[in-house]
Ligand binder design. Structure first.
Ligand code: ACM
Ligand code: ZN
Length: 483
């Protein structure tokens, strides 16, 4: 008898009963509100904070009942039910073993980042992706909207950001017209609304003060040398960044943050902060006099000053800053506001350090299967970054947001984890899907399911069924070796 319901991420508990539910067509599910206490108790007998997202799905011979204490819980149970209909509805009949599923997440932040600067993904592509994220109980869409290779939303007071900064030349095939684009305010709202209906929060990222070529190409006076600059087509880390000695950068940043906070209801705004090179600041008289004026010793402290200002500008707007783990460096003088969230990407060290300083942490280490632009196994024919070791599905599965070197206190600051798809190498939606799936299925389990119930062999079995669901949704997926 086939009892395995093959749900991904793996539910907290499944109790199988006798017999089967069978119906012609997809049945309607009886929805019931329930007491959160029924869903989840944590080890101390307190009502789990996570249980508001939890649910119970009861499959009996003659009916299916969904119970949840909140709308989000109800959404989650219906997504689990959608998984079942996508794989178990055959020849017009839905057949399910009788079972009682009780489920709730381990972490509240379960995310995917999509880089829409290096490649400009369309709104229909993003909406389709959101739909599949929701199927896996992924509830955060981190939208990387600016980088060296393109600026992707309109700032009314700085029109050149999109007129110039959203387009890049193609140096390899110079006959091609400049490519890129930007999302209109209506399109951004469309994505946010579409995500909200799926209980996904959209977190915008504006990457500052590095990865700024698109800004500098638009407003060259904001760089240390004055340019000229170009929207980058090359890959890499570029030395031209916003000039820390030029007060005008804050005029632009004010307007950028005003725009972002007007458009995005999320309480978080990601301000980037990764991979900032300091050689321009070191050679720039304006940056050096800023350094002196602030009484700083190293150029790197100028970055913490900018981060400090950005985090406070966001706080004034009622928002919380998130930054890549570099924002923790050289912060003795300009301390990060306590509420600032750190996204640990270079490994788990940033996350550990942040938690010990009392910051909430999101784990997405490139060393543990969270970088979905890395190839899925070591073969030059595979799409993805050639400079990095492969990140296998098993690596993504093995990712534990609470790293082995964290103690119990540190672990309290970990709010979850996510996969990141950088798109230097991923120049089509279908390739993006191939890179994301099934690794994101594995990450979903790493951030949703309790560590004690995870088992890669069992995941592999469930994945064979789950792949049919992705096929039924028209998702392109990688099918090579998993480890
Ligand atoms: C990053 O991968 N540069 C955050
Ligand atoms: Zn400068």
């Amino acid at each position: 008898m086939k009892e395995q319901l093959s749900i991904i991420p793996k539910p907290a508990a499944i109790k199988y009963g006798e017999g089967f539910f069978k119906s012609g067509g997809i049945p309607s599910v009886i929805k019931k509100e329930c007491d959160p206490k029924q869903i989840a108790l944590d080890k101390d007998g307190e009502i789990s904070l996570k249980s508001h997202e939890g649910y119970r799905l009861i499959i009996e011979k003659d009916r299916i009942t969904a119970e949840a204490a909140s709308k989000t819980g109800m959404h989650n149970v219906m997504e689990t039910f959608r998984q079942l209909t996508l794989s178990e509805f055959k020849d017009g009949v839905l057949t399910l073993p009788c079972a009682e599923i009780t489920d709730y997440p381990r972490f509240s932040w379960r995310g995917l980042m999509l880089d829409c600067s290096r490649y400009f993904y369309s709104v229909p592509f993003i909406k389709n992706l959101l739909d599949v994220l929701s199927l896996h109980h992924i509830n955060r869409f981190h939208w990387h909207l600016t980088d060296d290779q393109g600026w992707r939303f309109k700032v009314n007071e700085y029109p050149l950001l999109t007129e110039i900064g959203s387009l890049r030349k193609n140096y390899r095939i110079p006959d091609l017209p400049p490519s890129g684009g930007f999302y209109s305010d209506d399109e951004i709202r469309e994505v946010i609304d579409y995500a909200a209906l799926r209980h996904i929060e959209v977190i915008p990222e504006v990457d500052l003060p590095g990865h700024a070529s698109a800004i500098l190409a638009s407003y060259p006076e904001l760089g240390c040398t004055g340019g000229p600059y170009e929207v980058e087509e090359r890959f890499g880390i570029f030395e031209d960044v916003l000039c820390a000695g030029n007060g005008k950068i804050f005029d632009l940043l004010e307007k950028v943050l005003n725009t972002v906070t007007r458009l995005f209801p999320s309480k978080w705004v990601h301000i980037g902060g990764d991979e900032v090179l300091y050689n321009r600041w070191e050679a720039c008289p304006k940056c050096q006099s800023r350094l002196k004026e602030l009484g700083l010793k190293k150029s790197s402290e100028l970055q913490s000053w900018i981060t400090f200002k950005l985090a406070n500008m966001l706080a004034e707007r009622g928002k919380i800053a998130i930054g890549w783990d570099e924002i923790l460096e050289d912060t003795e003088r300009f301390k990060l506001p306590k509420e600032t969230v750190v996204m640990s990407w270079r490994g788990d060290e940033g996350g550990i350090k942040a938690s010990r300083l009392g910051h909430y942490v999101i784990m997405s280490p490139c060393t543990c299967g969270c970088y979905l632009d890395y190839r899925q196994f070591d073969n030059r024919e595979e799409p993805g970054a050639l400079y990095a070791k492969a990140a296998t599905v098993c690596d993504s599965y093995s990712m534990d947001p609470v790293s082995a070197s964290m103690n119990k206190e540190d672990a309290k600051f970990v709010i979850g984890g996510q996969g990141n798809l950088w798109s230097e190498w991923i120049y089509a939606g279908k390739i993006a899907q191939y890179m994301i799936f099934p690794r994101l299925c594995a990450i979903a389990e790493s951030v949703w399911s309790a560590k004690e119930i995870k088992d890669f062999n069992d995941f592999e079995k469930r994945l064979t069924v789950h792949r049919q669901r992705l096929d039924n949704l028209g998702i392109n997926q990688y099918r090579g070796p998993l480890r």
